[in-house]
Design a protein around this ligand. Structure first.
Ligand code: GDP
Length: 476
């Protein structure tokens, strides 16, 4: 089992040159196009293992092999959309309204089936896939597991309420992921609605919508009255065209689990969002460390289907256990291979449980050159004034070689959401006069996210400055 340095780099989300450099340091002078064996690959993955998502993403895939799709095999695929926003601003209503609108507009037959994602057809017959679990926690949790399934984020803001803490969290999580955003200004039917105020508040978070002369599309909608849903879909369509989303439909399928459960009658079920290739009934697969054979597939309209291509969500029957959301789903050639890959992944999972490389100030950028220019942080403080003072202070530490990037700052204790965000981006969390709750502490420990506490601002900035200087030191 061999893999080229280039392919491994791609799978790890690292630069090939960095891998070559590390290999050189390990006494293995190879070029980027040369193949290395699995042991070496694992070693490298561990070298770069400071980011948990990288480890899972790459380790899990190494067992499978498989090459990059060449450009001429790529075909356009529908965008995958996640809806985010503050509680009660209308995420669920909007998801329901969009789904309902589609049933009216045609797509004959079938009862809507909640399988965790659904597709709607646009007038030009192109499609859009919506993930049914709204919110930035689910989004970042998936990202932390190495699953980047979302192409476009819809940020829902209630026009009568404006930007709220979770709106800001959603903005920051979206920015950290580098996913483009469309703003849906909801509840415009309400008497107190003030869409203009929402646009102005967004400016304070560096989001300039089109109506304000910026690039981010904004659409005024009412999920309740079903106003302008077509405009929102159009905006998604436009954004998707800019992204030129493509995948090779003519290969064995790979995808990500977006939802999984144990059904009393039907056994373990997983909704898989196919990301490349075409999934067919009868295919043998591995998902997480579970193997199986596709017995049947049900689409979001409750219909049995025989195949599902890129960006299509289907509920898969035929699993031997219940996987987790974010698990990679891979079709393999036969049962023996499935067992082999599943066993391999299990050892990776077991090993990871005991030897997770912690993310800390020293090793975050130890082996990454291009990204060494950004130093991510999550900051939580007891009061707004402190949070702002800290953000300003750490931003001033930035110089031309390395820049602080505050992924999120807020007031209050350190939460699960903060930890997932930090984990997904390889950032430490700095608490100023605040501590994590029990759940957050546990997740941080499990995922090797570093927590630091301060009660004096200059101690905090000194530590950050020292860590940043360390990154730029003669490490290589
Ligand atoms: P979520 O927490 O973001 O998923 O919000 P929900 O979709 O559950 O909506 C919260 C509340 O706002 C519900 O009572 C909805 O009926 C109401 N709501 C949602 N969208 C609209 C809208 O466009 N107009 C009005 N007037 N109410 C809405």
């Amino acid at each position: 089992e061999a893999i080229t340095v280039q392919e491994l780099a791609k799978r790890m989300g690292e630069r090939g040159a960095d891998l070559v450099k590390s290999l050189f340091k390990l006494g293995m002078p190879v070029t980027i196009t040369e193949a290395i064996d699995q042991d070496t690959a694992e070693l490298l993955v561990e070298e770069f293992g400071h980011r948990i998502n990288r480890v899972s993403e790459s380790d899990v895939e190494i067992g499978v092999g498989g090459e990059q799709d060449s450009p001429e095999t790529l075909r356009p695929r529908p965008p995958v959309v996640t809806i985010m926003g503050h509680v009660d601003h209308g995420k669920t209503s909007l998801l329901d309204a969009i789904r309902g609108a589609d049933v009216v507009s045609g797509e004959a037959g079938g009862i809507t089936q909640h399988i965790g994602a659904y597709q709607v057809a646009l007038p030009d017959k192109s499609k859009v896939t919506f993930l049914d679990t709204p919110g930035h926690e689910a989004f970042t949790e998936m990202r932390a597991r190495g699953a980047n399934v979302t192409d476009i984020v819809i940020l829902v803001v209630a026009a009568d309420d404006g930007l709220k803490p979770q709106t800001i969290e959603a903005i920051n999580h979206t920015k950290a992921a580098g996913v483009p955003m469309i703003v849906a200004i909801n509840k415009i039917d309400k008497p107190g609605a003030n869409p203009q105020k929402v646009r102005e508040e967004l400016l304070q978070h560096e989001i300039m919508v089109e109506a304000m002369g910026g690039e981010v599309q904004d659409v005024e909608v009412s999920a309740l009255k079903k106003t302008n849903l077509d405009k929102l879909l159009e905006a998604i369509h436009l954004q998707a065209e800019l992204l030129e989303l493509k995948a090779n439909p003519d290969r064995s399928a790979e995808g990500t689990v977006v939802e999984a459960k144990l059904d009393k009658g039907r056994g373990p079920l997983a909704t898989v969002l196919v990301q490349r290739g075409t999934l067919r009934v009868g295919d043998i697969f591995v998902v997480g460390a579970i193997s199986g054979k596709v017995r049947a597939m049900i689409d979001d309209k409750g219909r049995q289907v025989k195949e599902a291509g890129p960006s299509v969500p289907v509920e898969v029957l035929g699993l031997s256990g219940v996987p987790s959301a974010g698990d990679l789903f891979t079709v393999v050639e036969n049962d023996a291979r499935a067992r082999e890959v599943a066993a391999y992944r299990q050892t990776v999972i077991d090993r990871k449980r005991t030897t997770t490389a912690p993310v800390n100030l020293e090793n975050i950028f130890a082996s990454k050159e291009d990204k060494a220019k950004v130093y991510p942080l999550v900051i939580k403080a007891d009061v707004q004034g402190s949070a702002e003072a800290i953000v300003n202070a750490v931003n001033r530490i930035s110089n031309e070689d390395i820049k602080v990037r505050v992924l999120h700052s807020g007031v209050g204790g350190i939460t699960e959401s903060d930890v997932t965000l930090a984990g997904a981006s390889g950032a430490p969390i700095i608490g100023f006069n605040v501590r994590p709750n029990a759940k957050a502490r546990e997740i941080a420990e499990r995922n090797g996210v570093e927590l630091q506490y301060y009660d004096v601002i200059y101690h905090l900035t000194d530590a950050v400055r020292a860590a940043m200087a360390g990154e730029l030191g003669p490490l290589m």
